[in-house]
Design a protein around this ligand. Structure first.
Ligand code: NDP
Length: 280
């Protein structure tokens, strides 16, 4: 039976350390969270982030804008936040409603305040391996592995999904830790043949039950990044959890695995941004 990689526990630990660190330094970082439109899931995520900030001693300021705000007004807000000394991190909750140029908005955020690490400059730094901010979800996975003494060096890691925010940076971070990495996607011919070769398997697709037990090598480490809402209203990952947990060595639950780690890393990135701005 697999050991559970408990993201809730490690995230709580990281947040406690952040709080103590900030109290010691006597600084209050500021995180601006911008949300456009009324997507219910996005509002849930934003509320979680506000709660995390309060727990850590970070001042959060939420900007809830109606869907018809328009690109120009949104860009104006980003420019204003870029210039504010009390705001160290800026996060725009994605996806934006239809009609917005998401890339233009992300690229307008100052790379020094880009705590999601979606700006081209930060993406380039992640590719290079010499980065200040890493994207929260893949870096959260790396921290979870590290905490449990799972070293990717020399291992065959298979990442299923190639998005800019999860799959690609995940593959890069594993590569920097000397893993041999295979990236799979919707055009991969025989997914099961690929996943069965994984010592560390990362699923980041968004399809309930995609990864079944016959697709997993016994003893593999299985990381389920996905968050899917089932017809029953509950949250599920991509991995068929119970049968896979029988044969894996380690596994992340959904919820309670990668999700809380993503949010903890967002807090860490905000502290890094604040310390840089304050020269601490
Ligand atoms: P995207 O939709 O951007 O990317 C999904 C990827 O999966 C694509 O690369 C796609 O391939 C690939 N894919 C689709 N179908 C298959 C298939 N049948 N076999 C193999 N690959 C397939 O999603 P994201 O990367 O943004 O998110 C992935 C999941 O992670 C979602 O469930 C999301 O909710 C979750 N998520 C969780 C976070 C957390 O904090 N835990 C944070 C961010 C996301 P192609 O490129 O060819 O289309």
């Amino acid at each position: 039976m697999a050991v559970i990689l408990d993201g809730n526990a490690l995230a709580a630990n990281i947040k406690q350390k952040i709080k103590a660190d900030l109290e010691g330094l006597g600084i209050v970082p500021g995180l601006a969270v911008v949300i456009v439109g009324d997507d219910a899931a996005s509002h849930v995520y934003v509320n979680h982030k506000k709660k995390d900030c309060a727990q850590c001693g970070i001042k959060s300021e939420t900007f809830e804008l109606p869907a018809d705000t328009g690109q120009d007004k949104l860009m104006e807000l980003i420019h204003e936040l870029n210039s504010r000394d009390d705001i160290h991190g800026i996060l725009v909750q994605l996806p934006l409603p239809k009609g917005y140029d998401e890339q233009a908005v992300i690229q307008a955020i100052s790379p020094k305040k880009d705590v999601d690490a979606f700006h081209m400059e930060n993406i380039g730094r992640v590719l290079d391996g010499n980065f200040t901010f890493a994207p929260c979800t893949p870096y959260g996975v790396m921290r979870l592995l590290e905490h449990h003494g799972i070293d990717p060096a020399g291992k065959h890691c298979v990442v299923v999904g190639r998005s800019n925010i999860v799959g690609k940076p995940m593959a890069m971070l594993l590569l920097h830790k000397h893993a041999t990495v295979t990236i799979c996607h919707s055009r991969t011919k025989d997914l099961a043949e690929m996943t069965r070769k994984a010592d560390i398997l990362v699923a980041a697709v968004g399809k309930i039950g995609l990864i079944t037990a016959d697709m997993v090598k016994p003893g593999a480490v299985v990381i389920d990044v996905a968050i899917n809402r089932g017809d029953d209203g509950k949250l599920y990952g991509d991995v068929d959890y119970a049968p896979v947990a029988e044969i894996a060595s380690y596994i992340t639950p959904v919820p309670g695995g990668v999700g809380p780690m993503t949010r903890a890393i967002l807090m860490e990135n905000t502290i890094i941004a604040a310390k840089m701005a304050m020269g601490k």
